[in-house]
Design a protein around this ligand. Structure first.
Ligand code: FEO
Ligand code: CA
Ligand code: CA
Ligand code: CA
Length: 638
């Protein structure tokens, strides 16, 4: 594991190279033999022995394609392989914020060669921009943005290979991650950070926060520093985002496991060891080396600390003094994002994905109803957590994670949520990334980004499983083995009620490459030469119901990925099925994070881990950035 340089790769690429795709597959690409592209598009078809049967419902929603006039306000743009951002004719973009930009006038200046100085590194915009939401607070535009992880060679350029050598360098990395709250304002030069705004705030890996929900105060959350198990330091690996109806921000802790390691023996306690195995906590960590310089991350001395991360954290953008809250009721897993909706009766619904191969989709339904201006304090702590079960007949249900169904206590369900979901037979998915709820139709969408191990076999011929032993055979919503392209799942809750325990589902789109393949790997009907992409990840649905899809995939532009170019953002029309490419990112980047100004005349798009020369030219360290995209005529952009 050590000979792969974590610092030169995105998190996904590193994972792929560390755990490479297996050579032997369950069905030896049975899909190739069994399914022609025409057959796949034509409706009912079988995927061969043991595989899923997909019915005509797959085509529901796309049958109207081509009958309707386009609803797009732009022409799709070609794929690109260069080092900058491209948008359609009639639109333009500008950089709004780069990691290291000052939030306060006393923060250090960014140095193009050495980056950010240690002193004051918690007073600048963080690294690796990801999920973000904009809030209108007292007439001001407040952007809340995740900083997912660090690019150590860029953030610690004085080190040989980006490996932190001492506590100060670890703390610098900790300061650059977490969440940034910052006021933005639009002037003649475009959008910029309002330096010294009273709303500006950095929340990082050491910011105090409190737990609520069933796990708060449980023994598994207690440490020497927090003997009551009620307060935590920091929020980690903040990936996607969400927002509540009452105007707070939800940040989602994803690959928290990578920050922990051991300088001594790993804990032998059975419960702890099983949890570590399920969540991927090992002695080496992922190269952050926190455990060597910050004992809190050394599980040989602080074994419960990993139980204190992996949650959804609520932040109030209107009150810089407010303590963030870790909501354990929404479960502990590698949270991607949190898509909220209201059931017709007013209960709050939160859809969530666990981004790991073969892990699950989840839903939270509050016990109490949301009343505007009323008490919201129980809506993310009292209610029911569910995991998704998909059937081959295009039906599905949300299986409640109750003590009766799982054999676990409420606190255990909150801390070892993956184990609880395995117990109710949740369906193994191809890495659930962002979920989005359509504001103009009662339906949800989930990006299933890819799964190189779908359908893979172990050496003894058995099917590969997730870390909980649940098989990753191909199944109806994840129908392709060695799924390198990904798909977007859609579901419609029964009775047009997001609170319902039943739903119908189909695949909105299967990404693929019809220029290279003529089988299911060509993708679904909407995929054409002009809109090729792989690995859908970020997603938002705008106020008109158009779906914005961001990618975090293979940008080699070769082989199976030829013609796809750099990572990108596309727009999809759920009514006609048409998909157009709207934006291409610079080489090496992932496009992730999307939100709008209050007047909907600007869209803010995140460019994570670009390569040089983005955005400051070849003589500067590259910088993850938020760009503002506008129409040249000033019209609405979503
Ligand atoms: Fe941070 Fe699953 O993306
Ligand atoms: Ca990422
Ligand atoms: Ca993501
Ligand atoms: Ca991803």
């Amino acid at each position: 594991m050590k000979d792969i340089d974590r610092n030169k790769l995105s998190a996904d690429d590193w994972d792929e190279q560390t755990f490479p795709r297996p050579k032997v597959q369950e069905f030896d690409r049975v899909v190739d033999r069994a399914v022609s592209r025409r057959g796949f598009l034509g409706g009912a078809l079988a995927f061969g022995s043991g595989a899923a049967v997909m019915g005509t419902a797959f085509l529901k929603g796309t049958s109207a394609m081509a009958q309707q006039a386009t609803r797009f306000a732009f022409e799709g743009i070609p794929a690109q392989t260069d080092g900058t951002v491209h948008v359609p004719e009639g639109y333009s973009w500008k950089v709004t914020a780069r990691w290291g930009d000052k939030l306060f006038s006393d923060a250090p200046e960014f140095d193009p060669e050495t980056g950010v100085a240690f002193e004051g590194s918690d007073r600048v915009f963080g690294e690796n921009t990801d999920g973000m939401e904009l809030f209108h607070v007292a007439g001001r535009e407040i952007l809340v943005v995740n900083s997912e992880y660090t690019n150590n060679e860029i953030n610690l350029p004085q080190t040989e290979d980006g490996t932190p050598q001492n506590a100060e360098q670890v703390q610098l990395l900790q300061n650059l991650q977490g969440v940034t709250v910052m006021e933005l304002a639009e002037g003649p030069e475009g959008w910029a950070i309002v330096v010294d705004s009273p709303y500006n705030r950095r929340i990082h890996h050491r910011t105090p926060m409190r737990f609520d929900g069933p796990a708060a105060g449980h023994d598994l959350l207690k440490t020497e520093a927090d003997p009551e198990g009620l307060t935590s330091l920091g929020t980690m690996n903040n990936c996607g985002s969400g927002r509540t109806p009452w105007g707070t921000y939800l940040t989602c802790e994803e690959n928290f496991n990578g920050y922990f390691g051991a300088t001594g023996e790993m804990p032998e306690d059975e419960t702890l060891a099983a949890g570590y195995a399920r969540y991927g906590i090992g002695s080496d960590g992922w190269g952050y080396n926190y455990h060597l310089h910050d004992p809190r991350f050394d599980v040989s001395t602080t074994p419960n600390e990993p139980h204190r991360a992996g949650y959804i954290v609520e932040i109030d953008p209107a009150n810089p003094e407010a303590t963030p809250v870790k909501h354990t009721a929404l479960g502990r897993f590698k949270h991607e994002n949190a898509a909220t909706a209201l059931a017709p009766d007013g209960r709050l619904v939160v859809y969530m994905g666990d981004d790991e191969r073969g892990e699950f989709m989840y839903k939270w339904v509050s016990r109490d109803i949301y009343v505007p201006g009323g008490d919201t304090s129980t809506l993310l702590s009292e209610g029911q957590l569910y995991a998704a079960v998909f059937e081959d007949d295009m039906s599905g249900r949300w299986a409640a994670l109750t003590p009766e169904a799982t054999g676990m206590e409420p606190a255990e369900i909150a801390i070892f949520t993956r184990t609880a979901a395995s117990a109710v037979g949740a369906t193994t998915m191809d890495r659930p990334e962002w979920i989005a709820v359509n504001p103009v139709a009662v339906e949800g969408y989930c990006c299933l980004t890819n799964n190189s191990r779908r359908g893979a076999l172990n050496d003894d011929g058995s099917v590969r499983t997730n870390a909980g032993g649940d098989p990753m055979s191909v199944n109806a919503p994840n129908p392709r083995e060695t799924n390198e392209y990904g798909q977007i799942l859609r579901w419609r809750p029964a009775g047009d009620d997001h609170g319902s325990e039943e739903f119908e589902w189909d695949l909105y789109v299967m990404a693929g490459n019809p220029m290279v393949h003529d089988d299911a790997y060509a993708g679904s009907e909407a995929i054409k030469e002009g809109n090729l992409f792989n690995s859908p990840d970020g997603m938002q649905i705008d106020s008109t119901g158009m779906i914005w899809i961001q990618t975090d995939g293979d940008d080699s532009n070769e082989g199976d990925f030829a013609g796809m170019g750099n990572n990108q953002m596309l727009a999809g029309d759920p009514v006609t099925g048409e998909i157009r490419r709207f934006l291409t990112g610079p080489n090496g980047c992932e496009v992730t994070g999307l939100t709008w100004s209050t007047d909907r005349r600007t869209m803010f798009v995140g460019i994570q881990h670009p390569g040089r020369p983005f955005p400051d030219g070849p003589d500067s360290l590259p910088r993850s950035s938020i760009v503002a995209v506008k129409r040249d005529d000033g019209a609405l952009v979503g």
